[in-house]
Design a protein around this ligand. Sequence first.
Ligand SMILES: NC(=O)C1=CN([C@@H]2O[C@H](COP(=O)(O)OP(=O)(O)OC[C@H]3O[C@@H](n4cnc5c(N)ncnc54)[C@H](O)[C@@H]3O)[C@@H](O)[C@H]2O)C=CC1
Ligand SMILES: O=C(CO)COP(=O)(O)O
Ligand SMILES: [Zn+2]
Length: 352
Amino acid sequence: MFEKRTWIRLPRNVVVGHGVLGQTIEAVSELHLTGRPLVVSSPTPHDVAGKRVVAQFEDEGYDPSEIVIEEASFDAVQRVIDHASDIDAGFLLGVGGGKAIDITKMAADDLGLGFVSVPTAASHDGIVSGRGSVPEGDTRHSVAAEPPLAVIADTEVLAEAPWRLTTAGCADIISNYTAVRDWQLAHRLKNVHYSEYAGALSQMTAEMLVESADSIKQGLEESSWIVVKALVSSGVAMSIAGSSRPASGAEHLFSHQLDRLVPDGALHGHQVGVGSIMTEYLHSGQKGKWKDARDALAAIGAPTTADELGIDDETVIEALTTAHQIRDRYTVLGDGMSEEAAIEAATVTGVI
Ligand SMILES: NC(=O)C1=CN([C@@H]2O[C@H](COP(=O)(O)OP(=O)(O)OC[C@H]3O[C@@H](n4cnc5c(N)ncnc54)[C@H](O)[C@@H]3O)[C@@H](O)[C@H]2O)C=CC1
Ligand SMILES: O=C(CO)COP(=O)(O)O
Ligand SMILES: [Zn+2]
């Protein structure tokens, strides 16, 4: 008997391009969201976009409220939930980088309210996904949450963000290669469900980004356009899979572990990029494709070494040898790397 079922949740409106922040009300009103909007952001995104979003709602006769959060934590999610309840919010808009968007996504999910994603940086592929990612103690939670009903990605805003945020977004996409390899490995060894569509979409997204590397240049708004479309595509792959598997393998475990060891370390995308050079080596050996991963990252100006991440060699080795513990996700790291093997992988690939 045929019993397969799937339920793919996707945003209804994905609005990308020059000046689209000015269409926020239009994109939202099409969704029939009612009640008070709550605009959630972090300090800089509040200044570059959050204030404008609030002003637009005021001009249109809504009664918006705002809250600025400083860090990604379950406490921050709770503060947003409490504030939303106090003001009787009708829907939430997350304005900012990955952390502000994840916090808002998770709060809206808990409250059962609509959520709109307004990225101010093309720095990660959570802008569209139905996942929220929050650290807690020794672990990292990647929790299912309703994806945004709408995404409003203004390339004018994204292009004015510090360039390193855009190269981080590129690296988050380039890491899809190793994420998919880990997923396929887990499928073969552990019978983890693998979606051919999600895997192929994720891989193709990385290929298209790498092929466009020559057009991804600082100061070109076109670059934000290319990167944000890749981030949307990667987020859709996660939605199809119903997990972050297509975009998060051992290179992400490595990065999450670095976040614990060095809380104010490097950007998420940059860390996963460097991680993917090493995990590609673990998959395919010295003569394998790790150089392609490194060259693709170097071509867009993303870090390829521990030094460029600003993280010391010992911490990289500690993160590599302990990354498998951070969550129950089978990858090429298996049940852990020995210190000698980690040093070998990091040295051969030039990471340390
Ligand atoms: N839910 C999901 O599927 C995914 C979640 N993530 C999560 O996202 C987070 C990483 O996101 P990031 O954006 O890298 O970090 P982030 O949210 O900390 O932002 C990095 C910095 O950029 C600043 N910033 C943002 N926009 C700016 C602008 N226009 N101008 C000036 N500064 C600006 C922020 O204020 C912050 O200081 C991690 O927690 C990661 O786990 C990443 C990928 C997928
Ligand atoms: O960063 C992500 C995909 O790029 C999300 O992955 P996690 O599930 O590992 O948080
Ligand atoms: Zn990521």
